[in-house]
Design a binder for this molecule. Structure first.
Ligand code: NAP
Length: 244
């Protein structure tokens, strides 16, 4: 148990998070699959990882709820004495698009909270053990929307820009402790989140001429979590087919 390397992926039941979890399991991590409410999707992800010879655990909590995060991670610590989480992928996120003039306050707060509460409470909980171990990887899944800004996404762009700012600041705090912190900025990736979008229209503005696949994001996350990426920190790397 103590020698097991654990990776926590938030929003791992579906989409990009599921692909990242499957990839990190292939890399040898026991993956802790966080999700919000879709237990059947999370169980399907766990089953796929186990069918491929990997190892995974379910850890549902709402990343927008600091108390729920603390309770879940404290219970995890108690059940895994002597172990710690050495890879954290802050992936869970939502979008509630709309022009600012029409945007309700719930759409503003829900999108911001879902990104920033989890970023603070989860990172704050797992970071001390990484620092003590002189080894750790944190990857924050941002978006090109947080780099360039996209119309209709002031809330989402603000949330992702916050993630990017925190990534850069934290990377400088912990680099000497051999903990790296990077952000990945996907463009349009084919998941449930983008299922309502007009791909035929949008891909006209994507230099690569297509939406990306979750596996293409997961491949970069896998590399950033590897020993080979030890000297890469504080970066924002786009996986966007040339956008941004
Ligand atoms: P998705 O297909 O909608 O999946 C969202 C995942 O996040 C699900 O596992 C969901 O859990 C979980 N989740 C949502 N709210 C949560 C909460 N409050 N607490 C815990 N888990 C929560 O999304 P995706 O496209 O894979 O996106 C993953 C990340 O990539 C997000 O941060 C998104 O902003 C970012 N991103 C996506 C794209 C894209 O084009 N798809 C582009 C740029 C950035 P349940 O299954 O339980 O609901």
């Amino acid at each position: 148990m103590v020698n097991t390397a654990y990776a926590l992926v938030t929003g791992a039941s579906r989409g990009i998070g599921r692909s990242i979890a499957e990839r990190l399991a292939r890399d040898g991590y026991t993956v802790i699959l966080n999700y919000h409410s879709n237990t059947s999707a999370a169980e399907a992800t766990k089953a796929a990882i186990e069918a491929a010879g990997g190892s995974a655990e379910l850890l549902p909590f709402d990343v927008a709820d600091g108390k729920a995060i603390e309770a879940a991670l404290t219970a995890w610590d108690a059940a895994h004495e002597g172990a710690h989480i050495s890879v954290l992928v802050n992936n869970a996120g939502i979008r509630r698009d709309g022009l600012m003039v029409f945007m309700g306050e719930d759409d503003w707060h829900d999108v911001l909270h879902t990104t920033t509460e989890g970023l603070y409470y989860i990172t704050h909980h797992v970071l001390p053990a990484m620092v003590r171990a002189r080894k750790g990887r944190i990857v924050n899944i941002a978006s090109i929307s947080g780099v360039s800004g996209l119309p209709g996404q002031a809330n989402y762009s603000a949330a992702k820009a916050a993630l990017i700012g925190a990534t850069k600041a934290l990377s400088k705090e912990v680099a000497v402790r051999k903990v790296t912190v990077n952000a990945v900025a996907p463009g349009f990736i084919a998941t449930d989140m983008t299922a309502d979008l007009d791909e035929a229209e949008l891909k006209k503005n994507i230099p690569a001429g297509r939406f990306g696949q979750p596996e293409e994001v997961a491949a970069l996350v896998s590399f950033l979590c590897s020993d080979e990426a030890a000297y890469i920190t504080g970066q924002v790397i786009a996986v966007a087919g040339g956008m941004g």
